[in-house]
Design a protein around this ligand. Structure first.
Ligand code: GLN
Length: 551
């Protein structure tokens, strides 16, 4: 029987509901339970795929090719269960499904309404995410409800999960509410009023939380915990302090020591061995005791919002832990880089160009790739970062001075990067792909496997086969590969199915570490093992730094 924990948020957003949910899931998993996490997003977009990273942060991609909320990245980094399409849905998906059923006549002439049709649909989606009725059914599904209690748009979600817990009967569901206590410096007080109000709001719709996770810049004193308990009807041991911490890896222990996993298992009548936290303690120790530091320049477009590159940031940090080094990341807006000032990158031990879309800032990225190549600075190009490395090499080494991607110049005479149906034109002319208007539907998405050539950097990292996740439209044009190869670019991996370019690199005789990948390795990095490609990149950065500064 699958049981549920519903996690809601109050007062303000950005309190770390995703990390809190993932931490609770990790604690339950360490008690031997089979756990999954599901994220419900209250907006009308069908998925975040078409949303600007400035709006929504990174789009996380699962193995089965779903474009999801970045919280799913936290989930995969914290627990063993892999996320799928069904682990994240939006109001848009719910309405789409309800309206399709309505058009098919599935509602047999009834008036279709938010209650019960939308709320029932939400319950079905939640159960599907938890694998109920299948061999993948979990013991506990933690369901994180996006948005803040009191928002009009998340109401149907709250109503749906209230109904679901009622329908399942006692001890089948628990409610955890994340709230915020502001510190008022002039009064020298932590204020509980917003928490009182947000719980009132929840109780108004019939949800009584079992635990409150109280976010604040400090630990909540005993007296305030007692007060919160009285006003919210939550037992005092359920009023849990969640102060700011210097590393997110401290959160599982923080929650465990205040008994959160015990409380949830109690409520759900789950009899398990105690939680095991050694791996988290080891991580915290590793974070606190680096043997050195390296400085990585991340040259991208969405640099103002660090959430835009969430998984890349995490993967770099994981690789740092693996190499016992702290990784300092400097975000540099590629629009500010030009051939005239690219020298500023000299200060860094390694350079990374992450994924991105659109022409803005792309010449700065090409200059960046050129600088890294010519100055033998370790370079990792991810997706767009591989494409700009290929264009740069074509222009400056392979003699294709006009090389470009049709994404940046649709009229380019030398489309070394282009949509597949553009590079298949027999007469060399470029035709725009007609399906382009459906921006949500033309991507190469999800996990695909490639064969890796022997005696390459890629082979030393991945072995014979690489399976990684994708999210892009453009590809290295097969018609230019021979020219690039004869000029010295190594194409070290091709997809098994369509023979598309997956990895390009420079031979180690020419450059110590220069790799571009068409996929997104960052989505598969974990704090436990890091990711082999990032681990190798940071190792190269450490070598580069040591070679620069004679000891
Ligand atoms: N814009 C490029 C493409 O669509 C790269 C995408 C990416 O970096 N994720 O192919």
């Amino acid at each position: 029987m699958t049981k549920f924990v519903f996690v809601t948020g109050g007062v303000v957003s950005s309190l770390g509901k995703g990390i809190a949910s993932a931490s609770l899931a990790a604690l339950l998993e360490s008690r031997g339970l089979k756990v999954t996490l599901i994220k419900l997003d209250p907006y009308l977009n069908v998925d975040p795929g078409t949303m600007s990273p400035f709006q929504h942060g990174e789009v996380y991609v699962t193995d089965d090719g779903a474009e999801t909320d970045l919280d799913l990245g936290h989930y995969e980094r914290y627990i063993e269960t892999r996320m799928k399409k069904a682990n994240n849905f939006t109001t848009g998906q719910i309405y789409k499904s309800v309206l399709e059923k309505e058009r098919r006549g599935d509602y047999l002439g009834k008036t279709v309404q938010v209650i019960p049709h939308v709320t029932n649909e939400i319950q079905d989606f939640v159960k599907r995410g938890a694998g109920v009725g299948t061999k993948d059914a979990v013991d506990v599904a933690i369901v994180e409800i996006g948005g803040t209690v009191g928002d009009i748009e998340s109401l149907p979600f709250l109503e749906a999960v209230r109904q679901l817990s009622l329908r399942m009967g006692p001890n089948m569901a628990a409610f955890v509410h994340l709230t915020y206590l502001p510190w008022i410096p002039t009064a020298g007080e932590l204020k509980t009023k917003p928490t009182q109000h947000t719980v009132q709001k929840l109780r108004e719709i019939g949800i009584q939380p079992d635990a409150l996770l109280c976010r604040a810049d400090r630990t909540i004193p005993e007296e305030e915990r007692e007060k919160i308990s009285l006003f919210t009807n939550v037992a005092q041991w359920g009023v849990i302090s969640m102060p700011d911490v210097d590393t997110i890896y401290k959160v599982p222990r923080l929650l465990h020591e205040q008994g959160l996993d015990g409380l949830i298992c109690d409520k759900l009548r789950l009899n398990t061995p105690p939680a095991k936290l050694a791996r988290w303690d080891n991580l915290v120790r590793e974070v606190a005791n680096p043997q050195g530091e390296v400085n990585v320049a991340m040259v991208g477009k969405y640099v103002d919002l660090s959430d835009s590159y969430k998984s890349v940031n995490e993967a770099l940090r994981h690789a740092g832990l693996k190499n016992h080094h702290k990784v300092n990341i400097s975000y540099i807006d590629s629009e500010t880089i030009s051939a005239g000032n690219v020298e500023q990158l000299e200060a860094f031990d390694a350079i990374l160009v992450p994924g991105g879309f659109g022409v803005r800032g792309v010449e700065g990225k090409i200059s960046t790739a050129q600088f890294a190549r010519e100055n033998k600075v370790p370079y990792l190009g991810i997706c767009l970062g591989m494409q700009v490395a290929t264009i740069e090499f074509a222009r400056h080494v392979a003699g294709l001075a006009d090389a470009n991607s049709t994404e940046f110049d649709p009229q380019t005479t030398t489309p070394v990067i282009a949509l597949i149906d553009e590079w298949q034109d027999a007469d060399g002319s470029i035709q725009k792909r007609s399906a382009k208007s459906d921006l949500g539907g033309t991507m190469r998405l999800g996990a695909q496997s490639s064969d890796v050539s022997k005696n390459t950097v890629a082979h030393s990292i991945y072995g014979d086969v690489v399976t990684e996740r994708h999210r892009h439209r453009y590809e290295a044009n097969v018609n230019y590969l021979d020219t690039l190869r004869s000029a010295g670019l190594v194409i070290s991996a091709l997809t098994q199915r369509e023979q598309l370019t997956e990895i390009v690199e420079l031979p180690t005789a020419v450059h110590p570490w220069y790799v571009g990948v068409q996929f997104h390795p960052e989505f598969k990095s974990t704090p436990w093992d890091g990711h082999p490609l990032f681990n190798a990149f940071i190792k190269a950065a450490i070598h580069h730094k040591t070679a620069k500064v004679p000891t």
